[in-house]
Design a protein around this ligand. Sequence first.
Ligand code: SAM
Length: 216
Amino acid sequence: MRMRKKKWADPYLQDHDDFCFSNPIDLKGKWKTLLNTKELHVEIGCGKGDYFNEMALAYPNTGWVAIEKDHSAAAVACKKSIEEYENLQNKRMIVNDASNLMDWFEEGEIDVIHLNFSDPWPKKYTHKRRLSSEKFLKMYYALLSKNGYIQMKTDNKDLFESSVLYFLENQFQITDISVDYRRNKHEEDAITEYERRFMDLNQPIYFLIAKPIKNK
Ligand SMILES: C[S@@+](CC[C@H](N)C(=O)[O-])C[C@H]1O[C@@H](n2cnc3c(N)ncnc32)[C@H](O)[C@@H]1O
């Protein structure tokens, strides 16, 4: 469901462009230095930002970059980060389309990519827009470090099953998988806004870890 456009979103994002970047090409290869970390996590499609804010708080030694293309959702996430969470040092946001990932990150720079409840794009002709489709997997493959991986969570069975195939067809191996992830609490992993809704409806959460197969 698309969020209603918020009039204050663009002015707010402009006023906080030292935290919410629009096109940070000058930070390519420099994120770990900026965030003072050895482990860089990137969440793509962060929505209103609960997940990355909670994870950055729970794991202060890791660095977090949340990407969101919808300006209204991004502004809510940005405002939440600044006004509700004290420590901003290990996180930043990018407000732009993740199709431009290669402009912002160096090959091998990212350790973990999080895909949380990505838009399912159910119609066949829209599948190429999925964040786990081939175009994106080729970028993730290049950007992930040797021991890096993708963590994906979704409520959508069709997206999940298709994504398993996309990963296997694009030089990834599935190293962990669950079709009812929240049957156990998994307190180490924060709950996203969408995840909370589906848990409240008693719907199962699908989960997987996919690692790029890199020989060198
Ligand atoms: C269904 S929402 C899920 C939000 C959040 N991750 C959660 O679990 O509650 C998917 C979000 O991904 C964002 N998104 C989809 N495609 C994107 C892209 N190519 N680049 C950046 N954000 C994207 C959408 O704008 C939307 O806010």
